[in-house]
Design a protein around this ligand. Sequence first.
Ligand code: GTP
Ligand code: MG
Length: 197
Amino acid sequence: MGIIKAEFVISNTDVKKCPAGNLPEYAFIGRSNVGKSSLINMLTDRKNLAKTSQKPGKTQLINHFIINDAWYLVDLPGYGYAQRGKEGRARIQHIIESYLLERQELTNLFVLIDCRHEPQQIDLEFMAWLGENNIPFAIIFTKTDKISKSKLHENIQAYTAKLLEEWEELPPILTSSAEKKEGREEIIRMIEEINEQ
Ligand code: GTP
Ligand code: MG
């Protein structure tokens, strides 16, 4: 079916005010600036559905977008943005954690990782925390237009090797370029397969 309809519903800091109705939802998380909001725009084929910025720290709220009147995409604030200061970081962390721990409708989380970088402690620790809390997730390596195919392959190999030091099994791994609109079908297919289950 694909995505034929996408609408903004609500922005929140409070998980209790997220939409009622028990529809499945798919959220995007990762470091600030990794491309979460851009990916939502790419998936929905809408330029400004989710607000993006060249500067990290743009998304500060839990944002719900309803897709095909049947399920939600959720844009979350990024973690690890130092410029926010201690208090700002704690506030964002609270929003993220309460959403992830309390939101029953959360069906799968996509953890976005910039494909150019070596494994970063902050992402590895975050995924370990997801594991401890039984939150199902997949990894999406973003910004694949920024490096060659061979370098991408090399970086993903290095990343999965690092993950296998801690994990018995790897999560699903996907790639995306919001710039070149690549990876769209695979991500939507994964969501649709989960929705059918
Ligand atoms: P926060 O809301 O601040 O946490 O950031 P975010 O993860 O939502 O990132 P956002 O989508 O706002 O994108 C950050 C910057 O990266 C913007 O300048 C985007 O244009 C750029 N960007 C995002 N995805 C891609 C991509 O696939 N390729 C390239 N080349 N640039 C990208
Ligand atoms: Mg954002």
